[in-house]
Design a binder for this molecule. Structure first.
Ligand code: F6P
Length: 527
């Protein structure tokens, strides 16, 4: 089936997206998907209905329906770690039961959520001024991104996020805070991650050295209750979750505690409800009208089919500034794999490089390459119909205009003949006109998708994140890989542990020449 996808993408090389619109007046409707107040337009791509059907055939042959059912039912679809994958259970707001190894996990999840809500209400009522979440990867990117995205809903303490083991991160954060009015959440699923534990120890020292009761000012989000106890964190302030929730899929549960404190438990439930609505859509909508499926098909078409190496996520929403970073972990840690579930090499390249920045800033930085560079970068735009600042509606109008104009410009381009005409109208003639025309031409035919929604509410944000989670799942199924492990990060971690003593002068002779030279320079240049 992959050969068919490759052949279809090869045949599409000579196709113009504008011609597809010219010959099919219904193209926008055919390649758009509506779900619960959002619209995803996938029509500005070179994909035809026949190509879409080829891709649908592929994911069908790869057993998407059965894999999806297995995931939602709690079967161990994370095969290398023998784990169920049930982040969806964290946002299941029904009163149903879901039994895993003899335990009703939904009842456990509800109980933990209720404890989180009590704690969040208490923190909000007690006059804490600042909350600092210390975590990394999935224990950082989700809550950081979502807390920023939902700033119009903040009515609790200010939330800060410390992640990097670079002391600059925690030093710059603590600099402006009052120790007596600062609460720390140490978020680490394993409670062993060296960056997080180092930052947590620094936070504890900061409190103690300023005469504060560190025990009363620290909470933990972790499944490792033995380790949180050893660390002296009161079990009443420890919030755990099952091993059926992967780090990068964990914002829906205790890892979202900082967000819950910022926006309140009620808004947090709206966030969960948005994701649950996307889960229901993903499970029930027919494939060609299924938003995560269609987003996945465009991803497969562009990367595995057409060979475009990267994809840009371009939210025209300043509050989604951290969404590209969040999606980098979600997509690249999930699907950046070199082996299929059976141990064979993957049938096609895995995982495009995901990158991006909010519009319109990016337009004045890297869009030049997207429009005229020699490599094609499929773009994923998103924009709300309105912002949260009614008094600044004129800003939003321009924001939307820019978003739509960019996808149009990428698709249409400007031919050299059009460029010549434009230059002629500006008074250029002869050799100067000839010289300038090529620089003013744009190839066009550059693909994009656009996601539009009314406003970035907690519900919409929940939907958007769940949309991307399920897109990653569908792409993983198409490739036959396990999207839920991350063995590739282990070697670097092990070597870092080994490397630390060498910084202080331990024998480095077993290291390669480059590493030895770098160590020598760094040792020599420390004060
Ligand atoms: O980088 C690997 C990883 O395991 C991520 O998957 C995870 O989100 C992150 O480290 C943090 O892990 P923990 O929550 O256990 O500190």
């Amino acid at each position: 089936m992959w050969d068919e996808v490759r052949a279809a993408a090869h045949a599409a090389q000579s196709r113009r997206i504008t011609d597809l619109f010219a010959t099919d007046p219904d193209r926008a409707a055919t390649f758009s998907v509506a779900a619960d107040g959002m619209l995803l337009d996938c029509s500005k791509t070179t994909m035809t209905s026949a190509d879409r059907d080829t891709l649908l055939g592929l994911i069908d042959a790869q057993g998407l329906a059965a894999r999806r059912a297995a995931m939602f039912a709690g079967q161990p679809v994370n095969e290398t770690e023998h784990r169920a994958v049930l982040h969806t259970a964290l946002r299941d707001l029904t009163s149903e039961a879901l039994t895993l190894a003899g335990t009703d996990i939904l009842s456990d999840i509800r109980a933990t959520r209720a404890r989180m809500a009590d704690f969040a209400d208490q923190v909000r009522a007690d006059g804490w001024r600042d909350v600092v979440n210390i975590g990394i990867g999935g224990s950082h990117l989700g809550p950081e991104m979502a807390t920023r995205a939902l700033s119009p809903y903040h009515d609790g303490p200010r939330c800060h996020f410390v992640s990097n083991v670079d002391g600059a991160d925690i030093a710059d954060t603590l600099h402006a805070l009052d120790p007596a009015r600062t609460l720390f959440i140490v978020a680490s699923k394993t409670f062993t991650t060296v960056e997080t534990m180092t930052n947590a120890a620094t936070a504890r020292d900061w409190l103690v050295s300023r005469g504060c009761d560190a025990g009363a000012q620290m909470a933990a989000v972790s499944s490792a209750t033995d380790k949180t106890a050893k660390w002296g964190i009161d079990p009443a302030r420890v919030f755990g979750f099952g091993d059926y929730v992967g780090g990068r899929y964990s914002v829906w549960g205790p890892v979202g505690l900082a967000l819950m404190i910022a926006i309140g438990p009620h808004r947090f439930e709206e966030f969960l409800a948005g994701a649950a609505a996307m889960d229901a859509h993903f499970r029930t909508a027919t494939p060609a009208r299924n938003m995560p499926v269609m987003l996945a098909l465009t991803g497969l078409w562009h990367h595995q089919g057409c060979g475009h190496a990267t994809r840009a996520v371009l939210p025209y929403d300043q509050r989604l500034a951290r969404l590209p970073a969040y999606l980098q972990q979600l997509e690249m840690e999930s699907n950046g794999k070199g082996v299929t579930m059976s141990g064979a090499p993957p049938p096609a390249p895995t995982g495009p490089v995901v990158w991006g920045e909010p519009g319109t800033g990016g337009q004045h930085a890297f869009y030049q390459l997207i429009h005229q560079g020699t490599q094609v970068v499929p773009c994923e735009f998103m924009v709300a119909a309105e912002g949260h600042e009614p008094a600044l509606a004129h800003h939003h109008r321009l924001l939307v205009a820019n978003c739509l104009a960019q996808s149009e410009a990428l698709m249409r381009g400007r031919s050299e003949a059009e460029a010549r005409e434009m230059l002629r109208a500006a008074g250029l003639t002869g050799a100067e006109l000839d010289r300038q025309a090529a620089h003013r031409a744009f190839p066009g035919n550059r693909p994009s998708t656009t996601l539009v929604y009314d406003r970035l509410t907690p519900h919409r944000l929940g939907q958007i994140i769940a949309l991307y989670e399920h897109r990653v799942f569908v792409e993983g199924v198409a490739l036959g890989i396990n999207s839920f492990d991350q063995w590739g990060v282990e070697l670097g971690k092990a070597l870092a542990t080994e490397m630390a003593p060498l910084i202080d002068g331990a024998d480095a002779s077993a290291k390669d020449g480059s590493t030895r030279a770098l160590l020598a320079f760094l040792r020599a240049n420390r004060r």
